[in-house]
Design a protein around this ligand. Structure first.
Ligand code: A2P
Length: 273
């Protein structure tokens, strides 16, 4: 499994497993399926209410803790209280340390994300977090953060899939040393039906999900597909062994339509997240 090296030297498996919208009561079983399939990188968030299930799966597996990469995120309503929020997440996960802790959304209307980043920087010093980063930060939020940041975020986790690539934002992040992590990498399933990906999938005897994931990996994205279906969990993991040609990659890149599926980070402000 390919790994990327973050700007502080910590390595992250490029293909991870996301548990957004996985029901808390199903999370342990589904994360165990993901471990069984070969994933060693799990992405959760306090807002998903399933950290305990992720932790239970980690506790139940025989895989050494240091071989698993765990990401969780600071809720919007807890910016300004990151110390306490982090300890609650760490305890829910049942872990001594978390590999990556992210500010979940900038919530510009709240005016707290610069302060929240300072809290993240202090948290990073206490050796219970291996890397800190951001999520859903648009270009102006990244610029504002970098003006005062002592630590450059290790990643920016953003909505990114063939029909919504945020190419300028991704380039800006990479130029600043921030790795790009793609959420909704399959376009919530909507990017799997087009003629281009279908033709490429047939040519390789692969599935369209594998083709889209192979495209992400070739772009250098960290990618966290989610599925509650064991067969698809395995199928998605196997995308790491699929290599697409330059023309095939270009055909997928040409699918940009500018259509966001999720919330607009410029205005999203749900406090439960
Ligand atoms: P399911 O959980 O029933 O497998 P994204 O990661 O972009 O948010 O997409 C997740 C959506 O895509 C879920 O609805 C998931 O459904 C579906 N999905 C995940 N993997 C596959 C796959 N290999 N083939 C088809 N649909 C998939």
């Amino acid at each position: 499994m390919s790994e990327l090296t973050l700007n502080n030297g910590v390595t992250i498996p490029q293909l991870g497993f996301g548990v957004f919208q996985v029901p808390p009561e199903d999370t342990q079983r589904i994360v165990e399926d993901a471990f069984e399939a070969g994933y060693r990188h799990i992405d959760t968030a306090a807002a998903y209410r399933n950290e305990a299930g992720v932790g239970a799966a980690i506790a139940a597996t025989g895989i050494p803790r240091e071989d698993i990469f765990v990401t969780t995120k600071l809720r919007n309503g807890e910016q300004g209280r990151a110390q306490e929020a982090f300890q609650n997440s760490r305890k829910a996960l049942g872990l001594d340390y978390v590999d990556l802790y992210l500010i979940h959304w900038p919530v510009p209307s709240q005016g707290l994300y610069v302060q929240a980043w300072k809290e993240m920087e202090r948290l990073y010093e206490n050796n219970q977090i291996r890397a800190i980063g951001i999520s859903n930060f648009l270009a102006d939020h990244v610029d504002t953060l970098l003006e005062s940041a002592e630590i450059v975020p290790a990643v920016n986790q953003i909505e990114l899939h063939p029909s919504y690539q945020q190419a300028d934002l991704a380039k800006k992040c990479r130029n600043a040393g921030i790795e790009v992590e793609a959420y909704s990498p399959l376009g919530r399933g909507a990017d799997l039906d087009g003629d281009a990906v279908t033709a490429i999938a047939s040519a390789h005897g692969a599935t369209t999900a594998q083709v889209v994931l192979a495209w992400h990996l070739a772009q250098g994205n960290i990618v966290i597909p989610k599925s509650v279906n064991p067969q698809r969990i395995r199928e998605n993991f196997a995308a790491s062994s699929l290599t697409l040609s330059g023309d095939e990659l270009a055909a997928i890149t040409a699918l940009e339509s500018g259509a966001r599926l999720g919330s607009d980070p410029a205005v999203a402000s749900f406090s439960q997240m």
